[in-house]
Write a protein that binds this ligand. Sequence first.
Ligand code: FEO
Length: 164
Amino acid sequence: MISKTLQDALNEQINKELYSSYLYLAMSAWSEEKNLCGFAKWLRVQESEEREHAMKLYEHQLDRGGRVELKAIAAPTTPWKSALDVFKTVLSHEQEVSASINSLYELALREKDYPAQVLLQWFITEQVEEEKNAAQIVQQLQLIEERGTAVLMLDHQLGKRAKE
Ligand code: FEO
């Protein structure tokens, strides 16, 4: 049986993943308003991955006899000044999520909860990828310094993202 402390922490993380999904959906809407449809598509794929992350935790909680408590999801702070501003926010948000997953893993270690440790190892690996992707797009946007044609080329490239 999963401890109450870990159950509470998992419920917090479910909320953070659902907030991530909500944040990326807001960013996708902003991008589409600016006719950056490739950025919008990339962010929609990301948004759906975040819901999957929440559901992985949700299913683990229930499989272990824990109680899922869905909390209120905060409204994302909008709007953004530019595509670079959007992706800087993505990067800092993912860094916060990584720190949160790491704390959850430390808790699972202290609690000697081996199944939760295995689950969280997947998240730790996923966060490396998430931070890498966001940092790469930030660097590309910094390189092109918001020059119109180059932003459109990157928009085209990001629009090719398919769900993994
Ligand atoms: Fe579910 Fe982007 O972390």
